[in-house]
Design a protein around this ligand. Structure first.
Ligand SMILES: *Cc1c(COP(=O)(O)O)cnc(C)c1O
Length: 680
């Protein structure tokens, strides 16, 4: 832990060693539905079954497990020491911090940094590679100060550095990165100011490397280097012919946004020599896109880049470094396949293949091997962050909610009733098709005015009951059933309304169909019996999650536990530490969520403490970003209330109360406050 870190006062120390007494009364009401009383008798479930169904071991490696009480535990270091997620939530709640909540497991972040560096160390040792590895963290993947600082602190012993892709990121990196042996790689579009900043880094003795992405940048660098008298270190970004793979494949190839083609590399090399700045050229760089699912792609790209490296050495440039960019994946679904949400390799294999391929190309070309750099972002930060949100309500099929119709029924209702009551006559598929046909008929009759609303509602109700009955009579997995039957799961799934915004917290799910593991963090000793999809609280119909990880393919529903009135139900979205944290937008003006940073307690088995809390956005702050001043809005509303009071439409005392409510709510958080009234 850094000195700066140690100086932060611990806000609280939680002794969560077993057994921890359940806390009953809590601000916000309603004790979390842990292993305590349950309203409906549930089918028991073993920790193994829960781990298997939600894939905790598959995508979580040794970092997640379920205890005998059905609670999900995180193992920050991948060893025996574990923290129950529900304990963290309760601790945060006792501090007034409610979900939606980001939990940062800081020790896990540190471990990933160490793992990556050790993987390269081991590969270098095994391959008897003559160069070293010095990685950099691309700030854009998670810019939060505590994240960047933690990475630098854990990486200090490995001379782990930073990568900046913009001027603001470079401003951060220059101030934060003090280790003179670590690299500071400067990517992205550059203007004179950006280049001046990078040169400032050189003046201060930092290993700042300006990577040229466009040929035009080179002129500016040469000009500014002369003007300031600072000798730059320069890298060239390659436009490889090896095409990427996965969602970000377009980052490479002929039409890539960045990088120099072979002709431009030659032009840049000549230009540098003519300017007598050949000494400046130190590095080649490539980036074939994020989350590369297939190791074969990486190997090919590395080999191609190594060829460029060797040629530039032969042309007489000092070189010394090869930067293999990002792309190291995260196995979001745990399938270890080359599916786009997965990867068919791991960190150790990645390091070994990078090192071995660089070595073999260099040996073949008779060129001394370079130091290797990687810009792995996703793989470092994705695992440490968990988004916790509460399922606050469910959208039941309205058709099932209605009461049976009394009295004499028209023929169409009786026919539907017959399909529902007498299943044995028909096989499942026939029955489903008949039911659909009857329902369509009923809708036509309704539209033409021959069927009343109540009768139509009865047909709908019977239709859904029939669907349920068909599903209930099928084996648990409908995978092998005809498509129409298999689709029943989706049709019958309930929508769980969750207090969060996909657009703020799971943006890649909406934008790129990226899958994240999602699972309840408690009640894992009960069999989840309700197929469900998730909807968020934005009023956007896209604000939903209806694709979930599965070992093969994608599931369209997730089995969850029935909501119990008065009990909270917490879900976690996992592996969300890369990109999601920062790219969220303000759709419906929902802001950043609350956040707690959790550390293992050194001197206690299974203990933890919350070192830092970051309050989510308040409404006035979000409004300020789009030019509304909360003070102005309050004044505007007050004017209207005053007028209403003058006109005797509102009593003065009530007017004061109305204004107070408005003023209070405009300064509070943007998400739902749950647990106030009675829940359905
Ligand atoms: C985004 C980016 C990275 C990070 O990629 P990951 O796949 O997240 O590791 C690295 N280098 C460059 C140039 C990038 O743009």
């Amino acid at each position: 832990m850094s000195a700066a870190k140690a100086a932060v006062t611990k806000t609280t120390v939680t002794k969560n060693g077993t057994p921890r007494p359940p806390r009953s009364s809590r601000a916000g009401g309603g004790s979390a539905a842990g292993a305590g009383a349950k309203a409906v008798p549930a089918e028991p479930w073993t920790p193994r079954e829960a781990e298997e169904y939600y894939g905790f071991r598959r995508w979580g490696g040794s970092h997640f497990s379920v205890d005998d009480g059905g609670l999900l535990r995180v193992h920050p270091l991948g060893d025996q020491r574990a923290i129950r997620i529900l304990d963290i939530i309760r601790e945060a709640e006792s501090m007034g911090i409610r979900p939606p909540l980001t939990i940062r497991v800081q020790d896990m972040l540190r471990r990933r940094v160490i793992q990556l560096n050790e993987a390269f160390r081991a590969a270098i040792r095994d391959e008897e590679y003559a160069g070293r590895y010095r990685g950099v963290f691309p700030i854009k993947v998670n810019q939060l100060r505590e994240v960047v600082e933690e990475i630098l602190d854990a990486g200090e012993q490995y001379d782990f550095g930073l990568e900046a892709g913009s001027k603001p990121e470079l401003l951060v990196a220059l101030a934060l990165l003090e280790n003179k042996n670590a690299l500071l790689v400067c990517n992205g579009y550059k203007d004179d100011e950006y280049i001046r900043l990078a040169l400032m880094g050189r003046r201060l003795g930092k290993q700042t490397i300006i990577v040229i992405e466009q040929l035009s940048e080179l002129d500016a660098i040469i000009r500014l280097a002369r003007e300031t008298g600072v000798a730059p270190h320069i890298g060239l970004r390659l436009k490889l012919t090896t095409a990427g793979e996965g969602k970000w494949a377009d980052s490479t190839g002929e039409n890539a946004k960045f990088g120099l083609a072979a002709t431009e590399i030659v032009a840049a090399a000549r230009k540098l020599k003519r300017a007598r700045m050949g000494d400046a050229l130190r590095l080649v760089h490539f980036h074939i896109g994020s989350q590369v699912p297939n190791i074969a792609t990486i190997k090919k790209a590395v080999a191609e880049a190594a060829r460029y490296y060797c040629e530039l050495v032969r042309m007489g440039f000092p070189m010394g470094m090869l930067d293999v960019g990002g792309g190291l994946g995260v196995d979001y679904d745990g399938s270890r396949s080359n599916f786009e949400s997965s990867m068919n390799y791991n960190m150790e294999v990645y390091a070994r293949d990078v090192v071995a391929n660089v070595k073999s190309v260099c040996h073949r070309c008779n060129v001394a091997v370079p130091d290797i750099t990687s810009e792995s972002g996703r793989a470092l930060v994705a695992p440490h962050s968990i988004l916790i949100f509460e399922a606050v309500d469910r959208i039941v099929r309205g058709d099932l909610a209605s009461e049976p119709l009394r009295g004499r029924h028209p023929v169409i209702v009786r026919e539907m009733e017959d399909i529902y009551r007498n299943p044995s006559r028909l096989d499942a598929l026939e029955r489903l098709h008949d039911a659909r046909q009857k329902r369509d008929e009923a809708h036509s009759l309704f539209n033409l005015g021959y069927l009343g609303l109540e009768e139509r509602a009865e047909v709908d109700r019977l239709f859904w009951l029939t669907c349920r009955d068909i599903r209930a009579k099928l084996p648990a997995s409908a995978a092998a059933a005809p498509d129409d039957i298999a689709a029943l799961d989706r049709l019958l799934a309930e929508q769980y309304v969750c207090n969060f915004s996909v657009f703020q917290s799971l943006l890649d799910h909406w934008a790129l169909d990226q899958l994240f593991p999602i699972a309840p963090v408690h009640r894992l000793d009960e069999k989840p019996t309700q197929p469900a999809t998730l909807v968020d609280i934005t009023c956007d119909s896209d604000g939903k999650v209806s694709d979930f990880i599965d070992v093969e393919d994608v599931r369209h529903t997730l089995d969850l536990h029935p909501l119990v009135p008065g009990k909270r139900y917490y879900l976690g979205a996992f592996l969300v530490g890369a990109y999601q944290d920062i790219m969220g937008d303000l759709h419906n003006l929902f802001g950043r969520v609350n956040e707690v940073h959790v550390f293992l307690e050194d001197d206690e088995a299974d203990g933890f403490y919350i070192e830092e809390t970051i309050e989510g956005s308040t409404t006035d702050k979000i409004l300020g970003m789009i030019q509304y001043s909360a003070d102005d809005l309050c004044r505007m509303l007050k004017r209207q209330i005053d007028r209403a009071t003058r006109n005797d439409e509102v009593k003065p005392r009530e007017g004061v109360a109305l204004l107070e409510t408005y003023e209070k709510l405009i300064r509070s958080k943007t998400y739902l406050v749950t647990g106030g009234g009675k829940r359905k």
